[in-house]
Design a protein around this ligand. Structure first.
Ligand code: ZN
Ligand code: ZN
Length: 137
């Protein structure tokens, strides 16, 4: 069987971002219009998400995961940029791979905002206080 170019027009990363944002995915088979269902098959503590892809038209199954790369970690400047974008209601993206970064609010015992930032493609995560304790004082 000849090799079918996978998702010819979209990179794996493009597809991953679409699945992450619940956007429609094309089928990897030529001439198949899909639709393809992406199911989040990650475990709760997975840093890198895994999606199970199933084409409702042709029944093609495949799996897609991010590419874990934890070093170098985000530096303070990168985290401030992402936090700023989040507060401005823009979508922050991981500076290493351009994946939308997810912000979780964490319990804030001192009445300060506390966030966990997570990129589910490379697996980088970081917690930060807002406003940051060191700068802006
Ligand atoms: Zn298909
Ligand atoms: Zn990333």
């Amino acid at each position: 069987m000849s090799q079918i170019p996978l998702f010819s027009s979209l990179s794996t990363h493009d597809l991953f971002v679409r699945a992450l944002q619940h956007e429609p995915l094309p089928c990897s088979r030529p001439q198949c219009p899909g639709p393809v269902q992406a199911t989040d098959a990650s475990q709760v503590h997975d840093r890198v998400k895994r999606f199970h892809l199933h084409c409702e038209r042709c029944g093609h199954d495949s799996e897609m995961t991010g590419r874990e790369q934890l070093t170098p970690p985000w530096d303070d400047a990168a985290m401030l940029t992402m936090a700023d974008e989040h507060l401005m209601h823009q979508q922050p993206t991981c500076p290493f791979d351009g994946t939308p970064v997810v912000f979780h609010s964490l319990p804030n015992p001192r009445r300060r905002a506390r966030y966990r930032l997570a990129c589910f493609f490379c697996g980088r995560q970081a917690d930060m206080d807002w406003p940051p304790s060191e700068s802006r004082r």
